[in-house]
Design a protein around this ligand. Sequence first.
Ligand code: NG6
Ligand code: CA
Length: 507
Amino acid sequence: MLPLLALPAITTAAQQRAAADKPNVIFIYADDIGYGDLSCNGSKTIHTPNVERIASEGVRFTNAHSAAATSTPSRYAMLTGEYAWRRAGTGIADGDAAMIIRPERYTMADMFHDAGYATAAIGKWHLGLGDEKGKQDWNGSVGACPNDIGFDYSFIMAATGDRVPCVFIENDRVHNFNPLSPIYVDYRKNFPGEPTGRDNPELLVMKPSHGHDQSIVNGISRIGYMKGGKGALWDDSKIAETLTSRAVDFIAKNAHKPFFLYFATQDAHVPRVPGERFRGKSGYGVRGDVMIEFDWSVGEILAAVKAAGIDDNTIIILSSDNGPVVDDGYADGAVEALGDHRPWGDFRGGKYSAFEAGTRVPCLLRWNGSVKPAVSHELMSQLDWFASFAALIGARLPEGAAPDSENFLNAWLGADCGREYFVGQNAQNTLSILTKEWKYIEPSNRPAYNKNVNIELGNNKDAQLYDMVHDSAEQHNVATSHPDVIKRLAAKLNTVKDNRINQPLLP
Ligand code: NG6
Ligand code: CA
């Protein structure tokens, strides 16, 4: 194996210390939480003090992006260091999808594992399980799972809260499985005699607004069909509590050795069912309440790190998999309760969109004692966590690993040296290229607007160009007056399409 990612020639004190001490790394990865949702980014509506504490003690990034505007491709890109649009089958995954990142693939979890870290994935997975779609044995071993791509321990939701199976999976098996109530999952047809949201709306406690009318679990109809699972089904109001306590346990048990924890919350994805103590607490409906719940989870993680005495040796990154959405398929009152809260901040679009709110997400990094509090306006991408953390811990990656991930460690630690450009991907796979000055969105014949979720998708049959210095809200398409800029950015985008920056990583 070649030493593909050596430490940069100029190392900071923090890097030197990291190589010696191996700091713990915790990702707190939110679901659908937008730039404007958190009070640390200026929102005066919903108060999230624990998140604010991370922001005030660490680096707050104002121009950091998830790799895509939906979950599966963002997570795929983050864990593999490869743009998801390079690979077919990386769109929003069903709960019975086969594992998208194949076991032979070298992931960020493998990297931490090989560097002697204890590794865990806790929370939303959404990257498939097993070897073949629909062929998982939910009553035995599901087959390929996070443990096959570098996680020593996993406690996950297979896909999303709104997709079956509605059970937690611990390593390769359903948690709390009861052999008297075997579990069956199908995404094509219902099981005879089982109620659905479409046929039995009288059984629902929360009605769908669009889609989400298949199997009913806990009075909520979902995407996909499932049967059985008595004793193993999750309680929607306790998902945050369950996942957070698993994460806290993992921190406490592994405090004496280096660890990497990928803690992916279900908040604020639909269905939004806040725990009892958070209900009605935000003043902004259930979506606000699950934001408060998210903040509570963050506080528990901070407390666990402190209690374990590893505050100064633990890097915490907090971010989100894509931008915000208010009505994502359930009539849960979120739209009516939104009031003056602006989940997307000052940006256009939202989840699913090629406009900024699709991928410009909250992003914070705290490393007590090593990284000074700061606000960074650098252009950053979650795609780079892989190569940047490899540099931090002095990991050597196998050839071809993390092909699109670049080492921006110094920028992650607060220096003014972020990306020159970033390629974004919306839900229809329309690509855009963003620099600090400009954003070019490729022409696309896909719909401009999704009326169900009330979000502009950023697709347009004409090329779009926005001046990000004077018009970061993307109100004025200046494509026709800047053909030279379009030409340059389109050429750059084509180069990225053709090349993976790290191939070959070294001559
Ligand atoms: C969409 C779902 C939406 C959500 C999304 C995935 C419908 C109509 N909408 O297809 O509710 O589940 O997929 O969200 O089914 S994500 O954050 O995991 O990407
Ligand atoms: Ca999401």
